[in-house]
Design a protein around this ligand. Structure first.
Ligand code: UDP
Ligand code: MG
Length: 238
């Protein structure tokens, strides 16, 4: 419960960052006017996920200038799933938006997310209309993964969705209750079961910096997803 003279924050934008010093400035430059136009009380919660470059310094400077930016620094690099979870735990807003720092998730979509949320949706997620920015390898393996995942998991996860989404208070608190260490967020969003709606968008290329997700990391994430959402693999072994 907020204190009597503490204002209610309606929207928290959670942005995980791992070595994003090259994009921090342009991320905030682009998102601030969009958030101002929403006419609601907002905050940005930036999570520095164990960056080893100037990301924290850049975040610190922005925080000094803008009262509604908060920054949390994790002790080491935990990976995006945990960074998002830390953001969810620190966020004070009623609704939460997860967005990437590299502007591959167009911030302009947030106003559309909010419209759907106001109509009663608890899970408003972006879906990529085409994946031509991804390599053939990534597209093929992603499609194979989602087919396998949806075959063995009790809850279905949309194949071209990412973490870019808005979670209403009910979905956010259900997700906060999930405390597993090895987690697959994309599976958990659907698992919470609340009314969901997809918003299509075109995903641009990363303007600067480089992706943290190489083959090994994607493989490990896929395995975490499969074993945490289904006992099929365990049953095969036994
Ligand atoms: N990220 C993070 N921790 C990590 C890896 C990535 O917080 O260990 C953040 C990253 O800074 C970005 C988002 O997760 O905001 C998506 O990462 P990236 O752009 O590398 O992934 P891709 O778009 O290639 O899937
Ligand atoms: Mg990216």
């Amino acid at each position: 419960m907020p204190h009597a003279n503490e204002e209610v924050i309606e929207l928290s934008v959670v942005v995980p960052m791992h070595n994003e010093q090259e994009v921090v400035g342009r991320f905030f430059q682009r998102i601030f006017p969009i958030l101002e136009e929403l006419l609601l009380q907002w905050e940005v919660v930036a999570i520095d996920d164990g960056s080893t470059n100037g990301t924290w310094k850049a975040l610190h400077d922005i925080k000094q200038m803008h009262g509604n930016v908060r920054a949390v620094r994790l002790s080491r690099n935990f990976g995006k799933e945990i960074a998002l979870t830390a953001g969810l735990d620190h966020a004070k807003g009623e609704a939460i938006v997860f967005i990437d720092a590299d502007l591959q998730d167009p911030p302009e979509l947030i106003s559309e997310f909010v419209k759907h949320y106001r109509q009663g949706y608890q899970n408003v997620y972006g879906v990529r209309v085409d994946r031509h920015q991804d390599s053939v390898f990534k597209r093929t393996t992603a499609s194979l993964f989602y087919r396998t995942f949806n075959l063995v998991s009790a809850t279905q996860t949309p194949p071209h969705g990412g973490d870019f989404r808005l979670l209403g208070p009910d979905a956010a608190s259900a997700l906060r209750a999930c405390r597993e260490k090895n987690r697959f967020m994309k599976g958990l969003y659907s698992w919470t079961g609340f009314p969901s709606v997809a918003v299509p968008y075109e995903r641009p290329a990363r303007p600067k910096g480089k992706s943290s997700f190489g083959v090994v990391r994607l493989w490990n994430l896929a395995l975490d997803g499969l074993v945490s959402h289904s006992s099929t693999m365990l049953k095969i072994w036994t």
